[in-house]
Design a protein. Structure first.
Length: 161
């Protein structure tokens, strides 16, 4: 996942060299995009290699870059993370991830645009962000440990295909 810009500052601050916006204790919510990719009744899940959520399974996706539309962002992120080409069928819904620290201060705040689609060819390749991939049963999700809300997201996406 990549992110450019300086959190909490306007376009004038971003006119020179771009720097990565902080993901912990951000000045505002961070926009991301992900996709439930289906093939033969199974959905692609990746095991996260890094915190937060290390060891949990989630959908491929990541942060939207400045000037990038949501569909382009999800295509880029999937290609970077898996090497797969995808067909986007539809927008499913948004999902919010808000985590607070012990003092109640917002530590992370992501707004994720979730899509549904297909990837009919090839197998995903590992990246620095993913420990493993699995084409999981779209109903049971193979009983894997999942990121919060993922089972509901996959169920909603499955109904749209």
């Amino acid at each position: 996942m990549t992110s450019k810009g300086v959190a909490g500052q306007g376009a004038a601050a971003n006119s020179g060299a771009m720097t990565e916006a902080p993901r912990s204790y951000p000045a505002r919510p961070i926009l991301a995009a992900s996709i439930a990719l289906f093939r033969d009744g199974r959905v692609l899940l990746g095991e996260r290699a890094r915190a937060p959520g290390q060891g949990l399974f989630s959908l491929p996706g990541g942060v939207v870059e400045l000037g990038e539309n949501l569909e382009a962002a999800v295509r880029r992120e999937v290609h970077e993370e898996t090497g797969l080409e995808i067909e986007i069928a539809s927008f499913v819904r948004h999902h919010e991830v808000i985590a607070r620290d012990e003092a109640g201060i917002v530590q992370r705040h992501f707004v994720v645009a979730v899509f549904v689609g297909r990837s009919e060819q090839g197998e995903p390749r590992l990246s620095e962000e993913t420990l493993s991939f699995r084409w999981a049963d779209a109903v049971t999700l193979d009983g894997l440990p999942l990121t919060d809300g993922l089972a509901d997201i996959v169920a909603a996406a499955r109904r749209m295909l």
